[in-house]
Design a protein around this ligand. Structure first.
Ligand SMILES: *Cc1c(COP(=O)(O)O)cnc(C)c1O
Length: 426
């Protein structure tokens, strides 16, 4: 008998260090760049500072009451607590199909062309796993919504990030990349309205994307997270409405933003049946589907939630105006987005030279306002910060005042607050 074998009942030997070797895919992941800012944010909050957090795009308003009541009702039904179908309830997929027809004139077969995801982030990540492997390249937008990059990396793929600031140039850069990269890119990720840059497109853009996809043989994933958050009468087109789009790709949509259901994790992948099937296959190996009560409430939300979705977009539009007008007034003019829940603000002179990380730290240290540094979204984001419209109008006005003092007089938010309190007492 081998004497080194552990005998039953004996304590595990603690002496020898055991080294944990995680997989290469974990080591390959890009670093998490918000760590420094988050650390300071938590320190400040612990000290009792009132930090205005415009960092994460985390919707802060609740969903409609009738949706929550439906969830509670469905949760009380004993039939809803078992494993569900990992494709999602057919009635939920039918609701997605009818929304696509109503909004974009796109006809989808709910049985073959739609799958329900645990949020579109999960859907997108597993879709990359279904479509990409080591050696494959995906073209992604730059600046980049970090999960676009992480998902390609976790699948073992490489990415090329192409600037979306000018959509004409974006298209010609796709063509150029396909002509010069070997093996050619296998997948194109588009995301309009775009997070973080807020760039938007018109329907003709997708007509060109489909032509390029067919010419160069790449698949397309459109991340349409901000379908429901558009302003000034702008309506975002769907990639799937372009002629031939269903031959080459799929589109991800979500209930996180327009419906204020981010924590519920409800997203959809729709389009090309083979791609949808590939995602569905991966998902049957990884999950047992979404809690059925959530799916039932989501059906009601899609069926009866249009007015609330429009009202929520108006809320973001009003906040956008408060923030953009306010920043302009303090001498920091910023572009007014047509969609998304963000303002992508070019850092004003003379602070641009300090870089977006240090500028964001300055805003947090001296103005008690959290902004996301543009460089956290890749090199082309340098020179910008992203401000999320997730606080109410009064808080945004307060943020503007504090930023104004910080950039204007070099005084701290603490000093500003003391002055304001003193002024209020007089
Ligand atoms: C917020 C957001 C999503 C939504 O992700 P969920 O997983 O559906 O909550 C997807 N893509 C982009 C670009 C986003 O900004």
């Amino acid at each position: 008998m081998n004497e080194n074998l552990q005998r039953a009942g004996e304590p595990v030997q603690r002496g020898r260090p055991f080294s944990i070797e995680v997989a290469d895919r974990i080591k390959r992941l890009p670093p998490y760049l918000f760590a420094r800012i988050n650390k300071l944010k938590y320190e400040k909050r612990r000290r009792g500072d009132d930090v205005i957090d415009l960092g994460m795009g985390n919707p802060s308003d609740p969903p409609e009451d009738f949706i929550i009541e439906k969830l509670a009702e469905a949760a009380r039904d004993p039939r809803n607590h078992g494993y569900s179908d990992s494709l999602g309830l057919l009635n939920l997929r039918r609701e997605v199909a009818s929304r696509y027809f109503k909004h974009y004139g796109v006809r989808l077969d709910p049985e073959r062309e739609i799958v329900v995801c645990l949020g579109s982030k999960e859907g997108f990540s597993h879709l990359c796993l279904a479509l990409l492997g080591p050696g494959d390249t995906a073209v992604i937008p730059s600046p980049s919504y970090p999960p676009h990059l992480f998902a390609v990396s976790l699948a073992g793929g490489n990415h090329i990030a192409l600037d979306v600031a000018n959509t004409e140039a974006f298209l010609s850069n796709i063509a150029y990349t396909c002509q010069h990269l070997y093996p050619r890119p296998k997948l194109l990720v588009v995301n309009f309205p775009h997070n973080p840059s807020t760039a938007v497109v018109e329907p003709e853009f997708y007509v060109e994307v489909v032509k390029l996809a067919k010419r160069y043989g790449f698949m397309v994933v459109s991340d349409l997270a901000y379908a429901d958050v558009t302003f000034d009468g702008y309506k975002t087109p769907s990639f799937l409405a372009a002629p031939g789009a269903m031959d080459v790709g799929v589109e991800m949509t979500t209930m996180s933003k327009g419906y204020n259901m981010a924590g519920w994790r409800v997203g959809f992948c729709a389009g090309n049946a083979e791609i949808v099937r590939a995602l569905a296959t991966i998902k049957t190996y990884y999950d047992y589907g979404m809690f059925q009560a959530i799916q039932i409430a989501a059906i009601m939300a899609l069926r009866h939630g249009d007015a609330a979705v429009e009202a929520q977009a108006k809320v973001y539009e009003a906040r956008r105006d408060v923030l953009c007008d306010g920043l302009e007034r303090i001498g920091w003019p910023v572009a007014r987005p047509k969609a998304t829940m963000f303002v992508w603000a070019k850092i004003p002179e003379p602070w641009a030279a300090m870089g977006s990380f240090d500028f964001a730290m300055k805003l947090l240290e001296e103005a008690d306002v959290v902004a996301s540094p543009g460089a956290a979204f890749g090199p082309s984001g340098e020179g910008y910060v992203r401000l999320a419209l997730v606080e109410n109008e009064n808080r945004l006005r307060q943020a503007v005042r504090q930023i104004g003092r910080c950039l204007g007089g070099g005084r701290t938010a603490q000093a500003v607050r003391e002055e304001m309190t003193a002024a209020a007492k007089q």
